[in-house]
Design a protein around this ligand. Structure first.
Ligand SMILES: O=C(O)CCC(=O)C(=O)O
Ligand SMILES: [Fe+2]
Length: 342
């Protein structure tokens, strides 16, 4: 792929600088406001942004990429002890266990982390230091999400703590919030796929089929291998995102789209196998942090258009879990899991 073929190369991805904010739980108000405005503009216009100076060190990502490699190298019988538990969504997802595109084989290993208790991780002798690397990283992603939730609340005209309060259980390991840190490894693509595509024009493998994420937003840290494509708002065209070293991407999820009546639409995305024999022979790693509301959250629905100057910024809290199946966070998620997990 020529460099100018990606959205980043064409300067079409908003870049938001989080310097001066770190991942503090109580960041500076003026910085939060500025970030809120930038985030709103990016997510309403494109559905994504790149966060830079976010404070999450590259070495910490590399450490968990290595842990997942070590896990994937374990014998199948050993991996089987840690398979995903459908009730908690925690655990290892083998290639083929979760499919977004049923017409292709999705070559993807995931390790979903929804509990930070040491017992939820592979034993020390199987993958040394897995929880020592993953737990602090998950806490950093949680803190970064909290900053963004405060910024978004500001941009949506909600009282500052509204979204923080409705996401209070992120990775609290008590089952009341579905937020998940997912480690992903896409192995090299078998050479026969290339041959098949020469003969029939059809590829039987992909890395991740098209979908939008289910929660509030997703934070995505990727290595430099590429392959992530998105459909920008109002366009049916798949476009490569490209790579910005060190940046973490933020993208809108379906819950946020529902609460904002699509003012912040969910971003459709997929991961394709790269063209070129060398690129296809390499694996790809990334970490996705899915920020979800608490299962029993009361989320205000933000109206589609800016309200009149004297009108309240949002309608009063709606109790989504009891009265609105469409926007019930827990039901919505279970429905999606049923559609994608074998
Ligand atoms: O690997 C990626 O870049 C995206 C993964 C993804 O979209 C997902 O797991 O929901
Ligand atoms: Fe996704």
């Amino acid at each position: 792929m020529a460099a100018q073929e990606s959205l980043l190369a064409r300067c079409e991805v908003p870049i938001i600088d989080l310097a001066h904010i770190g991942t503090d739980v109580c960041p500076m108000k003026s910085v939060v406001r500025r970030i809120g405005q930038q985030l709103f503009a990016a997510l309403s216009g494109k559905g994504l942004a790149m966060l830079v100076n976010h404070g999450i060190a590259e070495e910490k990502l590399k450490a968990v990429y290595g842990d997942l490699d070590n896990f994937c190298a374990l014998p199948e019988g050993c991996q089987a002890q840690y398979l995903r538990n459908p009730a908690s969504n925690h655990g290892y997802v083998r290639p083929g266990m979760e499919q977004f595109d049923i017409t292709k084989k999705e070559l993807r290993h995931s390790f979903n982390i929804t509990s930070l208790s040491a017992a939820a991780f592979p034993a020390q002798e199987e993958v040394p230091e897995f929880p020592q690397h993953a737990v602090p990283l998950a806490q950093e992603f949680t803190n970064l999400s909290r900053v963004l939730l405060q910024a978004l609340a500001y941009a949506l005209g909600l009282p500052p703590a509204t979204l923080l309060d409705s996401h209070s259980g992120m990775l609290a390991s008590d089952g009341r919030n579905a937020s998940t840190m997912r480690l992903l490894y896409y192995p090299p693509v078998p050479p026969e796929d290339e041959e098949e595509s020469h003969h029939s024009g059809h590829r039987s493998y992909t890395r991740c089929g098209a979908h939008a994420d289910y929660g509030t937003f997703t934070l995505l840290a990727q290595d430099s291998e590429g392959g992530l494509e998105v459909k920008l708002r109002g366009s049916e065209e798949w476009q490569a995102v490209g790579h910005l070293p060190g940046a973490i991407m933020v993208q809108t999820g379906e819950m946020l789209a529902a609460w904002t009546t699509n003012v912040l639409p969910a971003l459709m995305h997929r991961v394709v196998v790269p063209s070129g024999t060398y690129a296809r022979a390499r694996g790809r790693h990334c970490v996705a942090f899915f920020c979800h509301p608490d299962n029993d959250a009361m989320i205000p629905i933000v109206p589609p258009r800016p309200a009149a100057p004297d009108a309240p910024a949002c309608v009063p809290h709606a109790h989504l879990t009891l009265h609105n199946r469409l926007m019930n966070a827990a039901h919505h998620l279970q429905k999606r899991f049923k559609e994608t997990y074998a």
